[in-house]
Design a protein around this ligand. Structure first.
Ligand code: KG4
Ligand code: ZN
Length: 335
């Protein structure tokens, strides 16, 4: 039997056009083209996102193939994001992946974007890996979920947001301060010079392992709108630090609660917000304070990228015993 598995992976669920090539669990190339055009609108415009994917997907794929130094004829399968995501964006990736798989006469592997974020931790990159079962906190622009992960294919949602996602809380609060979309990374940078105890914002009281961020956003908006432009500009670092620490505290509190409830001490933190430097710092403190060991994917694999789709494709390829793949009638599934 063939030893090595080569997979080309496609990710187009939101506003990043990405193609990666993996040899088993190692990434040979991972090209991500982030669509900057949405910044002027202060958020992702779905119709523009699909048109941009359509324009970028072939050049991005060519660059990924070139960087990987492999030939298309060496590929064993095509993995792609089936959902969740924006319908038009998924349609571009789905059609592209199907066409490529058909033309090369190789199998097609449909991948769930949220599961892909979680399993990105297993990419071969010399980082320590968690043992099953573990709990994953997935924090992105569209989702905030706690998931009990029993194996490469068993995922049970144990908590979710009742309204906004954590990334949305960063992005929408940033917009209130006139920061460009996506505001998460900008708030992270501005907060470094700020005092996180300068302003107090309320943490929501949500039962169990669910989350809520819309109350915090409204409170932050009312506070900012009650101040002058001059005040906001002078206090921007402290505002960012105080907001960021409130969001991070909400996440950390639920991690501790999930540990107590499930008696599992291993956590994977993934999705775009896991790139946040303050969150990463607070997570490392959890081992001392609560004996909770956390695993965070490298930053390149935290925000949307195709390598995470590729690693999921690899596990699916292995699991399907080199034979049970997606039917070509498979369609995308949106949010
Ligand atoms: O996973 P992702 O790339 O795309 C989605 O599937 O949504 O996550 C994007 C989200 C955005 O809300 C962005 O502001 C946030 O991740 N984000 C951050 C940081 N980097 C990205 N939030 C806080 N701090 C960061 N450093
Ligand atoms: Zn994502």
């Amino acid at each position: 039997m063939k030893q090595d598995v080569y997979i080309l992976a496609v990710e187009t669920s939101c506003d990043d056009t990405s193609v990666a090539i993996l040899k088993n669990k190692s990434v040979l190339s991972n090209i991500v083209s982030s669509q900057k055009i949405h910044q002027i609108f202060g958020g992702v415009v779905p119709e523009i996102a699909s048109r941009e994917h359509d324009r970028l997907i072939v050049p991005v794929m060519k660059e990924a193939v070139k960087e990987s130094k492999i030939k298309l004829s060496e590929l064993d399968a095509i993995a792609y994001t089936r959902g969740p995501g924006l319908l038009g964006s998924l349609l571009v990736g789905t059609s592209f992946a199907k066409s490529l798989a058909l033309s090369l006469n190789i199998p097609l592997l449909e991948i769930n974007h949220m599961q892909a974020h979680i399993l990105s931790i297993f990419i071969d990159d010399n980082t320590e890996k968690p043992k099953f079962p573990f709990i994953a906190l997935t924090v992105s622009g569209g989702h905030t979920q706690l998931v009990l992960v029993k194996s490469y294919s068993e995922f049970i949602e144990i908590g979710t947001t009742l309204d906004d996602a954590a990334g949305e809380a960063f992005d929408k609060s940033g917009k209130i301060m006139n920061l460009d979309y996506p505001a998460g990374p900008k708030i992270d940078k501005l907060a470094i010079q700020g005092d996180c105890n300068k302003f107090k914002f309320p943490k929501p009281k949500v039962e169990g392992l669910n989350f809520s961020f819309s109350g915090l956003k409204t409170n932050f908006k009312n506070f900012v709108n009650s101040k002058s432009k001059d005040f906001i500009n002078k206090n921007i670092n402290d505002l960012c630090a105080s907001l960021q620490s409130t969001i991070v505290k909400i996440l950390i509190d639920k991690i501790i609660k999930a540990r107590d409830q499930y008696e599992i001490n291993e956590f994977v933190i993934c999705g775009g917000v896991s790139a946040n430097s303050y969150l990463r710092k607070e997570l490392t403190g959890l081992i001392e304070s609560h004996k909770i060991k956390t695993y965070v994917p490298k930053i390149n694999y935290s925000t949307d990228n195709a390598a995470m789709i590729g690693i999921n494709g690899y596990f699916k390829f292995k699991e399907s015993n080199f034979g049970k793949f997606s039917d070509f009638s498979v369609s995308k599934y949106p949010m």
